[in-house]
Design a protein around this ligand. Structure first.
Ligand code: GLU
Length: 287
């Protein structure tokens, strides 16, 4: 079966060798079996995104010799669709508003050891079960809340849909072998699904867009392996199709390039300026 893959960088900085591995794997998987390779600009973080980084993404991918389908999906143009998906979860009673600040959460979570997979304190449920009056008072004061997933309710809704069938995903290794993995979304606790500052979140926008773009094979770094647990839950709750996944090894060092010390940040731009070629990058990341 031919695959639809995507490379989905956030334009908050320049691409490095790790991004090159993600992009090249996604590109090559699609090209190998007559599939489609898509590019998606994940720029919902409107404080951090920069147009020059978007331009640099196109330039660096071109330099790597990759070609992708047009049009490129730019997430900041689709906030209304992320909100529509959030609205479905609200209708199902699975999201609740949370006005807590980061420091309030840290203080309330100080005596618990649990962190979520990103290393943030596990949300201690401060606004879960808040009354309409409490919420209304903060809204009237002009504050806007984050929307959090009520994880317990979400897992109940999942069970109502699927019975005891475990939540899983298929992980495809670099050699093509497949393994079924169990997803454990609970370790994310009541995760933020709609941020305070932007009408979306990484997890929500990724599942909406992977479905909208018909992505069948998600390729990305191992640092996002735990994110798949929560994203699989959202896919099930929103009746979205399930892609297969390849979480590739992380590249920590560009040793093989033997260029100057400044390439220790592994930025593709610096490496190119120092004379590396796209073939050098492939050699290094696959050696
Ligand atoms: N935008 C994410 C990043 O740059 C990648 C998201 C994904 O591949 O699911 O880390």
């Amino acid at each position: 079966m031919s695959s639809v893959t995507r490379f989905a960088p956030s334009p908050n900085g320049l691409l490095h060798v790790g991004h090159a591995l993600s992009a090249i794997i996604a590109h090559d998987v699609a090209r190998k079996n007559g599939g489609r390779f898509l590019l998606r600009i994940e720029d919902i973080d409107i404080e951090r995104r920069r147009p020059e980084f978007v331009t640099a993404i196109f330039e660096d991918l071109n330099w790597l010799g990759l070609t992708w389908e047009e049009p490129v999906l730019v997430q900041s143009e689709h906030f209304s669709e992320y909100l529509a998906a959030a609205d479905r979860l609200i209708q199902m009673g699975l999201l609740y508003p949370c006005f807590a600040t980061r420091s309030e959460i840290s203080a309330a979570a100080a005596d618990q050891e649990k962190t979520d997979p990103d290393g943030s304190p596990r949300y201690p449920g401060l606004w879960r079960g808040a009354s309409a009056e409490q919420v209304g008072a903060r809204m009237a004061a002009g504050e806007s809340p984050a929307l959090r997933l009520n994880m317990e309710a979400a897992l109940k809704a999942l069970k109502a849909k699927r019975g005891d069938a475990p939540l899983t995903f298929v992980e495809v290794a670099e050699d093509g072998t497949q393994q079924t993995m169990t997803a454990d979304p609970q370790r994310w606790g009541d995760a933020v699904i709609v941020r305070k500052d932007v009408p979306a979140s990484y997890h929500l926008s990724v599942v909406v867009d992977d479905a909208r773009q018909g992505v069948t094979h998600v390729t990305r770094g191992q640092d996002l392996l735990a994110a798949t647990d929560l994203q699989r839950l959202l896919q099930e709750l929103l009746d979205l199709p399930e892609p297969v996944y390849s979480h590739h090894r992380l590249i920590k060092w560009s040793n093989g390039l033997k260029l100057s010390k400044s390439n220790q940040d592994m930025g593709l731009r610096v490496l190119r300026q120092e004379g590396a070629t796209a073939d050098d990058i492939r050699r290094v990341i696959f050696s």
